[in-house]
Design a protein around this ligand. Structure first.
Ligand code: XUL
Ligand code: MN
Length: 346
């Protein structure tokens, strides 16, 4: 095997999903958390991503002490298996308290619920040994624009982030932007927005981002450029590689399955910026196709990792000197074909 250092891989329990979509039921039987963890370990992934209620199920009904107890038991288990927790993310889009948004709900009680739940997620992250709190701001945006005051909502987001930063001096917030779905428009749709709002918080150095390939494509952006942009600020703290066919619902396809050249460009961007050298993980936020049979349940993850590793080889064997000559001659026509030939191989 060629040397693929420094990359370490992870996924979340939700990535072994059962195939339900808005138009039909599940197509695979549900599997237990234990089964998912065993699959992760068996296939050589180094860490698991956790929503707060993946780590502590039915979290809303539990006391702080109970949450700590269950998180501590999970940490012991992960340690015993030699696995890490990559991040914790508060799931702020399921509860009746987040129907109108979480940090930006028009109801102050609901905004408080979102903050309280985020602080509990930080407690869980600390116990699980990760300093990354991922914030996918699912319902922070508008569906009916006049129902919200966007200026005020930005202020509420900053207030919420400030409370999280104050709650734990080590926690880092990794904002995962997505421009739409479930909202018509999100308040933080791109990496530029995530890094800009960081500057309004009490500790900008602890507010960074997570790039998901599909989310960047949905924003009409090139995920590779988003990687270079975030890493120019030293703020790419996590990564959800996957793929997406154009501007439609979020597809979470296997990495590289639709835009292979873009996947190559993303890997090149990671390589040139040294992603992973400060302990960052490569996570695959991919889902099995609805048609996938239970016996092929891991294939979307294994295929994504295989494609990623093959593209690392492609990036490392790309003839940079020859490419630079073509760039110096402004012969981008030949450069374009050179990339295609390199990807096609012999
Ligand atoms: C949603 C999405 C989430 C986050 C974690 O599109 O990507 O799974 O990654 O909350
Ligand atoms: Mn994601």
């Amino acid at each position: 095997m060629p040397n693929h250092a420094p990359y370490k891989f992870c996924f979340g329990p939700w990535n072994l999903s059962e195939g339900a979509d808005p138009y039909g039921p599940t197509t695979r039987p549900p599997q237990s958390f234990d089964w998912k963890l065993a699959q992760l370990k068996k296939h050589g992934f180094a860490a698991m991503m956790f929503h707060d209620d993946d780590a502590v199920p039915e979290i809303d009904g539990k006391s702080e002490a109970q949450i700590r107890k269950e998180a501590t038991a999970l940490r012991k288990r992960l340690d015993g298996e030699g696995l890490a927790a990559e991040m914790v993310a508060p799931r702020l889009w399921f509860s009746p308290m987040t129907i109108d948004g979480a940090y930006t709900s028009n109801d102050p009680k609901h905004r408080q619920y979102a903050i309280d739940r985020s602080l509990r997620s930080i407690d869980i992250a600390k116990i699980l040994g990760t300093d990354i709190l991922v914030l996918w701001l699912a319902r922070e945006g508008s569906y009916i624009r006049e129902s919200k005051n966007a200026r005020r909502c930005i202020g509420w987001l900053v207030e919420a982030f400030d409370q999280m930063l104050a709650h734990d001096k080590k926690i880092r917030l990794a904002i995962e932007p997505k421009p739409n779905e479930p909202m018509d428009h999100a308040y933080l749709p791109t990496i530029g927005h995530a890094l800009a709002i960081a500057q309004l918080t009490r500790d900008p150095n602890r507010v960074g981002c997570l790039i998901e390939s599909a989310h960047a494509i949905l924003a009409g952006l090139d995920p590779a450029d988003e990687i270079d942009f975030a890493m120019s600020f030293g703020k790419l703290w996590s990564l959800h590689l996957n793929d997406q066919n154009g501007l439609k619902y979020d597809q979470d396809r296997p990495f590289g399955n639709t835009n292979l050249r873009s996947a190559f460009d993303q890997v090149r961007a990671l390589e040139r910026n040294g992603y992973g050298r400060r302990g960052e993980y490569v996570c695959f936020d991919v889902h099995p196709f609805r048609t996938t049979k239970p016996e092929h349940w891991m294939d979307h993850l294994l295929n994504s990792r295989r494609t990623f590793l093959r593209l690392v080889e492609k990036a490392r064997t790309f003839d940079e000197a020859a490419a630079n000559e073509l760039i110096a001659e402004r012969n981008y026509q030949a450069l374009d074909q050179m990339v295609i030939e390199h990807l096609l191989g012999q």
